[in-house]
Write a protein that binds this ligand. Structure first.
Ligand SMILES: *Cc1c(COP(=O)(O)O)cnc(C)c1O
Length: 480
């Protein structure tokens, strides 16, 4: 079935042969020895076997990665674990389709199925976020941001965003990123004492600088963000507002965090962080239809975003990822998913409390979301984020070092470690296990003997004992 007319544009149409006539024709052409076409299920059931037969090397790497995931604790706040249903969509023949443009305005033939796939993904994304418009084509969170920045700004125009080392993101204007290379970027900061966003200071800066775009949303900030306040500031400064909710998109969909969708002009996110396939998304709320002058014409913001997606920034969308997004947004609308988002926060709060009790300097004293930031430099003389990460990893606890606001250490060393609870929660862990995780982390960090800057010693027996305890914990809560 062809989708409805998309935003008033005509659909590309054409007759489609029935499945029967197609399969008859294939048998005719292939001839003897090929009795019948494999069903879709049979074809895809051969996916893993096909890999094993064709490329044992990659098959073994995949097996190793699976075993790593099943035997170590995944506590990276930016990671999640998609369902097998999403994996199936990713590894399907839909990946073969090439198309450019949007539903109803494609540049290739044979789009009747992927048009339905994209229409479904868009409609579910809109439902999941309560949005008026959704664009499921961005290849990644970074690409989603690149599309919005390219749509709004001429080279050299002004952006105001949270600095990278303050908890922002590379694609918000860091000098090493396209976003810092082409635009004039100024940063706002968190408060030096509380490590919280200081909205009065942000307002003062915005009003003084009058940027064309303000970016909010973070990759390392464990407290709630007031998107409503950001919009007031943007309005006062005459700026557009982009909310990048990559880290908290799941919480937002579930209502466990204030939604920016009707406050920001553009809301962007990666789709793997909330637990979907790799990829990005742009959604828009009440401003989706607002007019903007672009290329001498006046168009709606959403239309301008589509033109900038293709041909502006990207070529053909990854349609298997779009299919994976459709599956994921259906999951995100389920009671199980929504309840889990609240549990993710509960687990993070518990982990933070336990670490505070064990003597750790948890930034802001706790968390409102899925992440816990700790200053390990304050825990032990000479301990750095880099040492903590390596040492924990050797013991089967996977975390990442993180530069903290006003950190005196470089980004390759850091004073901080960031922990996240999405994956352990997905696999069923709760309060008791969070206490256990805190105790394991503590045993490892207490046990590190710092020899000199960057050098440290490992006590083999502690390492082996921790590894065993981690494995035992993982065995009780295997990947779901
Ligand atoms: C992870 C992240 C991104 C980037 O997403 P990718 O899909 O990895 O490109 C963008 N913004 C924020 C705030 C993020 O945390």
């Amino acid at each position: 079935m062809l989708p409805d007319k998309h935003n008033g544009r005509k659909l590309c149409g054409g007759k489609v042969g029935t499945l029967k006539s197609v399969s008859d024709r294939v048998i005719e052409v292939v001839g003897k020895g090929f009795e019948r076409l494999q069903s879709c299920e049979e074809y895809h059931a051969g996916v893993l076997n096909g890999l094993r037969e064709a490329d044992l090397r990659v098959y073994e790497l995949l097996t190793r990665e699976y075993e790593r995931l099943q035997s170590s604790l995944q506590l990276i706040a930016a990671e999640n674990q998609c369902s097998r249903a999403v994996l199936a969509a990713l590894g399907s023949v839909i990946q073969n389709k090439t198309t450019e443009g949007f539903v109803g305005a494609r540049y290739h033939g044979g789009c009747e199925v992927v048009d339905d796939v994209e229409t479904l993904a868009v409609s579910r994304a809109r439902d999941a976020f309560g949005a008026r418009y959704a664009n499921v084509q961005p290849h990644s969170g970074t690409a989603a941001n690149q599309i919005v920045l390219t749509a709004l700004l001429e080279p050299g125009e002004k952006i105001l965003s949270l600095g990278l080392d303050q908890g922002g993101h590379l694609s918000h204007g860091a000098r090493v990123s396209f976003s810092g290379k082409f635009f004039d970027v100024a940063n706002y900061y968190v408060d030096r004492e509380t490590f919280l966003l200081d909205y009065d200071a942000i307002r003062a800066k915005a009003v003084q600088l009058r940027p064309k775009l303000i970016i909010c949303g973070t990759s390392a900030y464990s407290r709630a963000i007031d998107f409503e306040r950001f919009r007031e500031i943007a309005d006062e400064a005459g700026a557009y507002l982009m909310a990048d909710i990559s880290h908290i998109a799941g919480l937002v969909m579930a209502g466990a965090h204030q939604s920016p969708v009707d406050y920001a002009h553009f809301t962007t996110t990666s789709t793997y962080k909330p637990g979907g396939p790799r990829g990005g998304l742009i959604v828009m709320g009440k401003d989706y239809d607002r007019k903007i002058k672009a290329g001498g014409k006046t168009v709606a913001l959403w239309e301008h975003i589509e033109k900038t997606t293709f041909p502006g920034v990207q070529g053909t969308p990854y349609l298997n990822n779009v299919a994976g997004k459709a599956v994921f947004f259906k999951e995100a609308l389920s009671d199980e998913y929504r309840a889990r988002q609240f549990k993710i926060i509960e687990n993070a709060k518990r982990l933070a409390e336990e670490l505070v009790d064990l003597g750790y300097d948890v930034l802001t004293g706790g968390t409102d979301n899925h992440m816990v930031l700790i200053n390990v430099g304050n825990f032990k003389e000479g301990l750095t984020g880099a040492i903590a990460q390596r040492r924990l990893e050797e013991c089967g606890i996977v975390v990442n070092m993180n530069r903290l606001p006003y950190d005196t250490k470089s980004s390759a060393i850091t004073s901080g470690v960031r922990l996240g609870t999405p994956i352990v929660t997905k696999n069923g862990m709760g309060d008791k296990e969070m206490d256990e995780v805190a105790v394991l982390v503590d045993a490892v960090l207490k046990g590190v003997k710092i020899i000199s800057d960057g050098e440290y010693e490992i006590d083999e027996s502690l390492k082996n004992e921790t590894r065993d305890r981690v494995k035992e914990l993982c065995r009780r809560f295997p990947m779901r």
